[in-house]
Design a protein around this ligand. Structure first.
Ligand SMILES: Cc1cc2nc3c(=O)[nH]c(=O)nc-3n(C[C@H](O)[C@H](O)[C@H](O)COP(=O)(O)OP(=O)(O)OC[C@H]3O[C@@H](n4cnc5c(N)ncnc54)[C@H](O)[C@@H]3O)c2cc1C
Ligand code: FES
Length: 537
């Protein structure tokens, strides 16, 4: 929450609550973190779910509804991953265009994709109704409008493709709510939705527990095998293991060559009630961007207080750890986002929250949901880019159908083992980017001397061939860890905005004290001791 001296809701990174220093707009309404007892004994179960975001909780709920014995373990609290940092659009207007899906796959697949996302929205609507979940769920329209770098041809092609995909869309010559010139043409997507994510997750968790499910928070799963996992040092034996950790923590390589981590930024601004309609807005993305994902802006309205709503606007993405490649630091991305939002929605008032989060971009435009490649009883839900609300919901539905042996027409197309051949240039560009990043082993550091660090600052220091992640806390204590990622050895980058050390290869992230926040790794950073600026490991 903004205070009189213009600071935002922050806290030292407490990965039990959320995965960064900045707090999202959602946490105020739930008063306290959604937590349960940690696991404190060995346990046997039919289904083990790892991760308490929308993917894990939906799967847990669906399996419990089938009468199965289910436990869910979460290393923080419910929603402490990216689900708590989302903007919670529920939409079938995906990050990638339908005409691109037709090209990468084919027309029938694009139809199935459209249908799956519409069904996911419907599933959420029905579940909210069934359990009377108070989460501000609303049906709204969505508007896909032109980014300043794009041409009307994109909208025309997309409009035709959405029709072929069986969606209810309309081409409009003006965008409701938007005043800027580049918002002139748009496609209207009917019957989309929005909700308050943490209130929804709380409702889903309550419903899961009523069905006999068990949730253990502050419980980290490690050593995941076909037999189960260890969690908080105890053994969990399971027949089926669902890894719903946003990026898989059970696999070292395979899935991490099929998706890439991006950081994305959000600001929220007060708007007098009634000034803007409840709706979703997205632009078609920056066609001049250096990033394969062509970052786009995404906007919605949410209830705030008696007098105000808040406009929640996101965008300005970059590959994790590579903000400087565009010479716009993480912390400066908000300024750009605020300027864009003011131009398109001039009626906004005070900025009341700002935060960032991480999304996993799949190389072939669709989430990976299903059996982990090579495994029969380990399942993953990942690669859900900016569509994780519907993809996470689909994850729960699809994996339940796989385990219970029900026919589901979406299983094959979302399979993590699918092979797509038409994305070679994007793939090579992202892989090339990864290889270049290993050059950081030889690059200079951003801190030359320990004494240059001020309280609240961090960075990477070189000492011979060693790279050290340094952080000076508000009490002037120095925290020193290796800056080498425990996953596959890339050098970490300091993120001054969220006060984390981020790995630009596959998105592992760590607190200032080296505790892991995002996979693929499950290991913390090793502490090192700096003696007269020479580290001793
Ligand atoms: C800023 C932002 C805006 C977005 N906006 C939208 C939007 O408007 N619409 C949309 O559809 N999508 C959006 N997304 C994407 C969407 O929020 C995510 O894809 C989705 O929340 C991912 O859910 P998840 O359950 O898969 O992962 P998470 O919510 O990250 O949950 C994974 C959980 O696993 C836990 N975990 C990790 N490792 C372990 C372990 N070893 N043991 C136990 N637990 C572990 C984590 O603590 C975490 O809570 C947005 C994302 C961001 C960052
Ligand atoms: S996350 Fe893979 S090397 Fe760091």
């Amino acid at each position: 929450m903004k205070t009189s001296d213009n600071t935002f809701a922050t806290q030292p990174v407490n990965d039990n609550i959320t995965s960064g220093e900045n707090m999202s707009v959602w946490f105020d309404a739930v008063n306290q973190p959604i937590s349960y007892e940690p696991l404190n004994s060995d346990i046997d179960t039919d289904i083990l779910i790892i991760g308490g975001g929308i993917s894990g909780l939906t799967t847990a709920y669906c399996m419990a509804k089938e009468g199965r014995n289910v436990i869910l373990v979460e290393d923080g609290c419910i929603g402490s991953g990216e689900s708590g940092r989302t903007t919670a659009h529920l939409t079938c207007a995906l990050d990638d265009r339908y005409f691109q899906l037709e090209k990468i796959y084919d027309e029938p697949t694009a139809q199935l994709v459209a249908n799956s996302h519409m069904k996911a929205i419907e599933w959420v609507a029905n579940t909210v109704k069934l359990h009377n979940i108070d989460c501000h769920f609303k049906r709204v329209d969505g508007y896909l409008f032109l980014h300043a770098s794009d041409t009307k041809e994109t909208l025309e092609k997309e409009y035709e493709a959405t029709k072929r995909a069986g969606l209810i869309t309309e081409m409009l010559s003006a965008v409701p709510g938007i005043e800027a010139e580049d918002g002139k043409w748009c496609i209207k997507f009917s019957n989309q939705a929005q909700f308050h994510i943490l209130q929804y997750l709380k409702g889903l968790a309550d419903a899961f527990i009523q069905l006999g499910g068990k949730i253990y928070t502050q419980t980290k799963a490690e050593n995941i095998t076909k037999q189960g996992a260890s969690a908080n040092g105890y053994t969990v034996k399971a027949n089926h293991i669902v890894v719903a950790t946003n990026t898989p923590v059970n696999d070292w390589v395979t899935m991490h060559t099929k998706q890439w981590p991006y950081r994305t930024y959000v600001i929220t601004a007060k708007v007098p009630k009634g000034k803007l309609p409840y709706a979703l807005w997205w632009d078609t993305g920056d066609h001049d961007s250096k990033w394969v994902s062509q970052p786009y802006h995404y906007v919605r309205l949410a209830e705030y207080d008696d007098q105000y709503d808040v406009l929640i606007a996101g965008g300005e993405d970059h590959r994790t750890g590579q903000a400087d490649d565009e010479e716009i630091k993480e912390e400066d991305r908000y300024t750009k986002l605020i300027a864009w939002t003011k131009k398109h929605f001039p009626g906004i008032e005070d900025i009341v929250y700002q935060w960032s989060g991480q999304v996993m971009e799949p190389i072939d435009s669709m989430a990976y949901i299903g059996k982990n490649p090579g495994d029969d009883n380990i399942y993953i839900i990942t690669g859900d880019s900016g569509n994780g609300m519907t993809d996470g919901t689909l994850g729960g539905i699809i994996i339940t159908d796989i385990i219970t042996g029900k026919y589901n027409p979406w299983i094959e197309m979302y399979s993590p083992s699918r092979i797509t051949l038409k994305t070679t240039s994007d793939y090579l560009q992202e892989v090339g980017n990864m290889v270049v990043q290993y050059g950081d082993w030889f690059a200079g550091a951003d801190i030359n001397k320990v004494e240059n660090l001020k309280p609240g600052e961090g960075g990477i220091m070189s000492s011979g061939f060693k790279k050290i992640a340094l952080y000076c806390d508000e009490e002037n204590n120095l925290h020193t860890c290796t800056a080498v990622c425990p996953h596959l050895g890339a050098i970490l980058q300091w993120n001054a905005d969220e006060k984390t050390f981020d790995c630009l290869m596959h998105g592992s992230r760590f607190t200032t004290e080296g505790k892991v926040i995002n996979g693929p790794t499950t290991s913390d950073l090793k502490k090192v001791v700096v003696v007269e600026e020479h580290p001793v490991t």
